[in-house]
Each structure stands twice: as C-alpha cells, then as structure tokens.
Write a protein of this length. Structure first.
Length: 429
C-alpha cells in the first residue's frame, strides 16, 4: 500500500571520479560507503532494508552480476538487492526506482551504490562499448558513435536557432571553472584549480564539429552511494533531509533519425510558422532532433507534482545530465526555463552562471567533474543535497559555490540520445 510519508535523500558518500585510480570497483564503492558512514555516523547495517545497485556496463566491469560482488564486499549480502540499468539514465533511474520502492511501502531505507570503471581499457574500446547502447542493427555498424550522434543533434539545433560555437565555448568555460571550486572534480585532479578562458577553449582539439574536447564528457572511474529513507526514518540520519517532490519519466525513439517521421502525434504547429525556410510542418510531439522530447515530457510530469509553474523563477539551481555542452543548452529549453530556441540567451546573459537567476551545473557537470555512468546522477544528487543543506563551504572550503538559501533544485538524467529520460525535483524544509 502506498504511504503518505515523504521520501528523502539523507546523505551520501563519494569515491572521486578520475582516470585510473589503482583501486578496483568494489574497493571504490567500499570507500564511498565509508565516506557515507562518516557523514551519517549513526547508520548501521541493520538500518538498511535493501540495496539498489546502479551500474551501466557488464562489458566495462568484465563481470556479469557485479552487484553481487559489491553487496558481498560491503558486508550486506543478507539484504534484498537488485540492479537498475538503463544506459546513461541508470543512476537517476536508481534514484527513481528507490523512491517508488519506498513510497510503495516495500522498504523504509534503501542504499544505492553506484559505480563505473571506464578506464581499464583504452578510450577507443570504451567508446565502442558505449556505442553498443545505440541501435546495433542499423546505426552502430555504419559508425554510430555518440560523439557523432550528439554533434549531429547540435548542428540541427544551431541551424534552427542560431547559437554559435562561441556559445558552446562559453558553456565549456562556465562548467570547467565551476568545477575548480568542487574538490571532488575530475578536472581538479588532473588540471588543478586555475580558471580557463575562451582563448583556452579555442586552442582545444576538435573532436566532432562543433564539439571540442572541453565540450565532451570525460571518461571516468568512480563511485557514489546515496542513502534514501522515509520521513520518519530520515530524521534519524540527518537534520537536513532533501525531499523528493516530483518525479517525471519520458522516452523517445531509439534512433534519432526516426524522430522526424513519427506521425503518431499532431505535434507543435508553431515550429513551421516560425522557421518556414528550414522545416516542413512537424508532426512529432516535440521538434525533431533539435531538442529532447523525453526530458520535456518528464519535466511536464514532474513540475505539477512539485507545484512548480515557473521553473526559472522557482528553482534555485539545477544539475543537468549533459555529456556534451550543447545538450545543456537544449535542456534549458526542454525544462521550460526559456522558450524553445532561446537557450543561447541564458548563457550570453549569465542567467545560468553562479550568481545568476538559475545556476546550471555548479558542480562542473559531466564534461568537467566526471561521468562514471552508474554513479553520475548519484554524484550530482549528492552535490544538490549539500547545496540545499547549506554544506558546500564545509565540503569544499571557503571557495565553494554555495547558492545562498537554496531551497529548490532539479536534476535530469537520460540514456542514449535522450531515448529515456528522467527529471527529479527536490526541496528542503
């Protein structure tokens, strides 16, 4: 029976995303679990009702059923345990799944260990393994790699709405400079805390036009654990619970090219009126490949639950799953922070910078702070927890980018090219 109690993020622990550490995956998860126990010193194994294991790739682990090893390594093998896997959406879906498990009354306290070890093979091999999450019948055999997919999507958005490579550079500079204030950042580990400029961006190697290296998510190995609980149990573990107030899920076609010929929906008629020289009348639920329908749909489902009607005004900060910088710009539109096509104005006018109206990816995000897939959204959810708890200075030192009096936040996650997506909103008391 569903319960009326709220569900909270209670705290978490981190094993920093980085290139090869020396520790294996189970050791990394154990270190993150030990970090959680430091943050929640009165937590015991008896308090944990179940584990939700979050990891993306059996290939990268070189091991089937890796979750069993993790659970055994943590000394929690007598607990119910299960795995969530949905590509890049894996870790946010773990949060959503645990939320529903708790909300249903099945469990009161769930531990989510998330991890990915992406650096035990070379980058080309890792990219090939990740590309197998695309359509292996039609796209993958003809060079369907995610750098190319996302570059094509961004070129389409640039064609329709007019953002420039300089706008992508501004986002890269924003994210990398944000990450220098976050000691758990992979960028800090590899490059230190010196800020970068647009000049540095232009000197960066081109990967797949319009994306340069600084626009692309880094390869990472790392781990994070989150503790989630009912309201009555959460009060035992933290004085500053972060409540889940809205959950939205959405999907889209596996192949991005199919999104222009989906005639099942009447679609958005204004697209053809605004840009008659670029597009034929659109019949999809959201404009072709230029944006992310799954995240737009997810936001439209999450916002009413959270009572959000004006996200730009009501959200104090957001952490967006953006493996490429153009994705972040598109998501500002899909989340309705601005009209479609106006994402570029948010970066040009500083709206999404620290100190702006709605800071985006203050952690540095996937392109700077790390992207160990099974831990990614756990990592950034924990960042939001510390923001809403007012603990950023405590965790990061005096230079931490604490949003003053932050009360409401949002995180997104998605898999593939937005084939599956989720939006989760949070609020503190």
């Amino acid at each position: 029976m569903a319960r009326d109690e709220r569900v909270a993020i209670c705290n978490g622990g981190i094993f920093r995303p980085d290139l090869w550490h020396g520790e294996n995956a189970e050791e990394g998860v154990a270190i993150a679990y030990q970090d959680l126990l430091k943050n929640v010193p009165n937590l015991t194994a008896d308090d944990i009702d179940a584990l939700c294991m979050s990891y993306f790739s059996d290939h990268l682990n070189g091991q089937l059923c890796m979750g069993w090893i993790i659970q055994d390594y943590l000394g929690l093998h007598n607990k119910p345990g299960y795995r969530v896997e949905s590509g890049g959406s894996t870790s946010i879906d773990a949060v959503v799944n645990a939320y529903y498990m708790i909300k249903s009354g099945m469990f009161d306290v769930i531990l989510i260990p998330g991890w990915e070890w992406m650096c035990e093979v070379d980058v080309a091999t890792t990219n090939e393994m990740i590309a197998s999450a695309a359509d292996t019948d039609w796209d993958f055999p003809v060079g369907g790699y995610y750098n190319a997919y996302y570059a094509a999507l961004e070129v389409r958005h640039m064609q329709l709405y007019g953002e420039t490579c300089e706008d992508l550079g501004r986002i890269a500079v924003k994210n990398h400079n944000n990450s220098t204030h976050w000691p758990y950042s992979q960028w800090v580990s590899q490059h230190g805390t010196s800020p970068i400029t647009l000049d540095d961006y232009w000197k960066n190697r081109l990967v797949c036009w319009p994306y340069r290296v600084l626009n692309c998510a880094v390869m990472s190995e790392g781990a994070c654990v989150l503790l989630m609980a009912t309201e009555s149990k959460a009060r035992r573990f933290t004085d500053t619970p972060m409540w889940i107030t809205g959950v939205g899920l959405g999907t889209d076609s596996m192949r991005p090219g199919d999104r222009t010929v989906d005639y099942a929906y009447e679609g958005m008629k204004d697209e053809a009126k605004i840009y008659p020289n670029f597009v034929e009348p659109i019949k999809t639920p959201y404009p072709d490949m230029a944006n992310f329908a799954s995240l737009h749909i997810a936001a439209k489902r999450a916002y009413p639950q959270a009572g959000i009607t004006n996200p730009l005004k009501e959200l104090d900060l957001i952490e967006l799953f953006a493996p490429y910088d153009g994705v972040e710009l598109c998501l500002w539109e899909d989340l309705m922070l601005c009209p479609r096509g106006e994402g570029k104005t948010l970066i040009r006018e500083g709206v999404v910078e620290y100190g702006g109206e709605c800071p985006s990816n203050l952690s540095g995000g996937l392109t700077a702070s790390g992207h160990p897939v099974g831990a990614t959204s756990l990592y950034y959810t924990l960042f939001l927890y510390w923001q809403l708890a007012g603990k950023i200075k405590e965790k990061c030192g005096p230079d931490g980018l604490q949003v003053p009096d932050a009360r409401k936040a949002l995180i997104t996650g998605h898999g593939g090219t937005g084939c599956q997506g989720a939006v989760v909103t949070f609020e503190r008391d």
